[in-house]
Design a protein around this ligand. Structure first.
Ligand code: PLP
Length: 381
């Protein structure tokens, strides 16, 4: 990959890698009949939506803006789920979404009559089955969670409706996983089947959310396929999966340039890329992003702390080691920067937004979007 001529900072989305992932997902759709949706909150690089549309069934959104984007740029099935909708947003959502998922009994009661005949209504459930440890911030089943209707609340809801799901509810939705394998889905499905048994025979579709790391090399796809096929057969329903990460996993890079090298016990590189502005998950998760050609601290000859040109003392990406000395003007390339990166960007410190570049399968770089001062100014007043 020749990055020497690219303006920095920039994100590069790799078409070849994207197609690799999409091919895996399409095969799952074809062999199981599952429908796969892009969860846009992870990856909204809509330049590639026409490509993605050739492989999977559509988009899902976290609210009005993403729903509009899916409708305008993907033009396939368009689902939406939010923990709560505003009335003013609902008017448009019922026009542009074919599936609307409510998070609570109250939201359903408030808005279900606004839905049109061609809008399919779903309810998000909370199976109270945590399968991830350590990341409570990413666990929708953690104690006190607001995400989804708990089994106890669901029972009360059914009682109010003569012991069954209201006729206009077509589907159930759960989302409980994060970067997980299909064994966690199997455990979760067992909990769903046990706790929501009576309703499963009344629905037309089940959406099993995201967090399935389907395109990761060690993901057990056979187990996923068996689960989907069994659920579809047993209940005669459609099954949806809405991964975000899996669609663009390892399909993007972040390229940044070294602006200065300072020394204070350790050698520190000051970059035009920022953890706080351009890769906030590094600070939020937190995690250490993979960097091409670099190792753990002291693994290679020259160790540096990678930090940014913002004023935030903690705007540090991590410590990395290199075979060679790093100098001003060198470029560094972080891997796996398509997901949860550009969607979270901000302009703190007046930091420029990175350009968006598409690396096409034929090896050409296409400049998709450049940002400037106006993009910073227009968000303020
Ligand atoms: C975040 C989220 C997704 C996508 O999750 P990934 O971890 O990116 O696969 C799907 N559905 C819902 C409801 C979500 O909140």
């Amino acid at each position: 990959m020749d990055i020497s001529g690219l303006p920095t900072p920039c994100y590069v989305v790799d078409e070849d890698k994207l197609i690799h992932n999409l091919t895996i997902l399409k095969e799952i759709e074809e062999t199981t009949g599952a429908k796969i949706l892009l969860a846009q909150k992870a990856f909204s690089f809509f330049h590639s939506y026409p490509l993605i549309a050739n492989y999977i069934s559509g988009t899902t959104a976290s609210g009005l803006y993403e729903a509009r984007l899916g409708r305008e740029e993907m033009k396939k099935e368009n689902h939406v789920y939010a923990p709560a909708y505003k009335y003013s947003d609902m008017e448009e959502l019922v026009r542009i979404c074919d599936h609307i998922i409510f998070n609570s009994e109250m939201q359903y009661e408030q808005y279900h009559n606004m839905c049109k005949d061609n809008t399919s209504i779903g309810l998000r459930i909370n199976p109270e089955c945590s399968t991830q440890e350590g990341h409570e911030i990413y666990d929708p089943c953690s104690p006190g969670s607001r995400l989804g209707i708990t089994p106890a609340n669901f029972e009360k809801f059914l009682e109010k409706h003569d012991g069954r799901l209201p006729n206009d509810v077509d589907g159930l939705h759960f989302h409980t996983l994060c970067e997980q394998n299909s064994d966690a889905l199997e455990i979760t499905w067992k909990a769903v089947e046990e706790k929501f048994a009576t309703s499963l025979s009344q629905i037309k579709w089940l959406n099993m959310g995201g967090g399935h790391h389907i395109t990761r090399p060690d993901y057990d796809r056979e187990l996923l396929k068996n689960l989907v096929v069994n659920i579809k057969q047993k209940y005669d329903i459609d099954v949806y999966l809405e991964p975000g990460e899996a669609i663009a996993l390892n399909a993007g890079y972040f390229v940044t340039e070294v602006l200065d090298v300072v020394h204070n016990d350790i050698d520190v590189l000051i970059l035009d890329g920022s953890a706080a502005c351009h890769m906030p998950d590094v600070l939020e998760m937190p995690y250490r992003p993979p960097l091409q050609g670099a190792g753990l601290p002291n693994e290679k000859k020259h160790t540096y702390r990678l930090a940014s040109a913002t004023c935030l003392a903690g705007d540090v990406i991590g410590d990395y080691s290199f075979d060679h000395e790093v100098s001003v003007g060198d470029r560094l390339v972080f891997d796996d920067m398509a997901i949860y990166s550009m969607v979270k960007n901000n302009t703190f410190n007046g930091t420029p937004l990175p350009c968006l570049i598409y690396l096409k399968q034929n090896g050409e770089y296409e400049m998709v979007r450049k940002f400037g001062y106006e993009d910073f100014k227009n968000r303020l007043s």
